[in-house]
Design a protein around this ligand. Structure first.
Ligand code: ATP
Ligand code: VIB
Length: 302
């Protein structure tokens, strides 16, 4: 998700909030239905899945456009993979067997073109992982293009996605991190232990914006440290959505803009969790005393 943060003042929410990002724009949220008490002393984090729209994107309305990095996992490429690639100008990484997926899958998006040319065009900055899944000829192909192939198999306690996200974090200067958003292609569907490991990365790196993607939906963490404003890109996402208290129950969650809004509601596994909800406004707000996963469906192309 495209994310911008706006500093909330200790004043009532009816005062304007100012984006902390470069080229900041005053955002008047006076019509907001988030109660003032809830946002006192809290930053507002804004989210928008503009990376799902084909490039070029219109200039960001508030704050600078995020800088995207892309991690490709060992799962079938989503149909919008070429668009993700174009948005992720900062860094592109293949996690181990993710290299096979691009090598095999990218040429299929361009059936009229020479597969070799397509593979050369979609060349990553790095391939990283324990390298037990990348095929030898794929490894050789990218090595011959000058791509660094990093074997980190000495670490059998962290996943390949973890290794890739850690690499991106190390690569990104501290000052640029608030503006960084890591898109993870192929993170959902398939083996549940892998999916759970991928969700865990959202929590391990909760100071970094990370979006897990499949063909069908996206998932991101809404940290309890912020109020959240989600700007729905209705041409490409929705209407189905969910808010899921993975990790810890929530005593109090309040939302606006959903078909089944929560008002100071508790959520827990074994109790209420919000699945099969629907977005019914372009702007959704979420405030919770617990970290929540936000998920929204991705539309099939018409
Ligand atoms: N079926 C899947 N569902 C979700 N994510 C997956 C799946 N398969 C792989 N991944 C992701 O892609 C990354 C690289 O996959 P790869 O198959 O190379 O990993 P791996 O470490 O060899 O896995 P394992 O040895 O457990 O099969 C994984 O770390 C994981 O994040
Ligand atoms: C408690 C525990 N469970 C599983 C693993 C295995 N494991 C976790 S991540 C990883 C690397 C996969 O590329 C492997 C093998 C472990 N180390 N510790």
């Amino acid at each position: 998700m495209t994310v911008t943060r706006a500093a909330a003042t200790s004043a009532p929410f009816s005062l304007p909030l100012y984006s902390t990002c470069r080229g900041s724009t005053v955002i008047d949220l006076s019509a907001s239905s988030i109660p003032a008490a809830q946002v006192r002393g809290m930053e507002v984090m804004r989210h928008a899945s503009t990376f799902l729209r084909p490039p070029p994107l219109p200039p960001a309305a508030d704050g600078p456009a995020p800088s995207y990095a892309l991690v490709v996992l060992n799962q079938r490429l989503p149909r919008f993979a070429p668009d993700l690639w174009s948005h992720a100008a900062t860094l592109r990484i293949f996690a181990d067997g993710g290299a096979n997926r691009v090598f095999d899958g990218m040429p299929k998006f361009f059936p009229e073109q020479d597969p070799l040319e397509v593979r050369r065009r979609y060349k990553p900055d790095v391939i990283r992982g324990d390298l037990d899944s990348i095929r030898p000829e794929v490894k050789e192909f990218y090595s011959n293009l000058g791509v660094k192939v990093e074997d980190v198999s000495y670490d059998q306690d962290t996943t390949d996605l973890h290794k890739c996200v850690a690499f991106i974090c190390d690569f990104t200067p501290e000052v640029d991190k608030p503006n960084l958003c890591i898109l993870v292609a192929g993170a959902l569907g398939g083996r549940f232990d892998h999916e759970a490991g991928n969700l865990n990365i959202l929590y391990k790196f909760s100071n970094i914006q990370i979006v897990l993607l499949s063909d069908d939906c996206l998932i991101q963490l809404l940290p309890k440290t912020h109020c959240h404003e989600i700007h729905i890109q209705s041409s490409v996402e929705g209407p189905h959505c969910g808010l899921i208290p993975v990790g810890a129950p929530s005593v109090s969650t309040t939302t606006t803009g959903l078909r089944w809004d929560l008002t100071d509601a508790g959520m827990s596994f074994g109790g209420l969790i919000s699945t099969s909800n629907m977005v019914c406004k372009e702007r959704i707000t979420v405030r919770s005393d617990s970290d929540l996963l936000w998920t929204i469906s991705i539309k099939k192309k018409t």
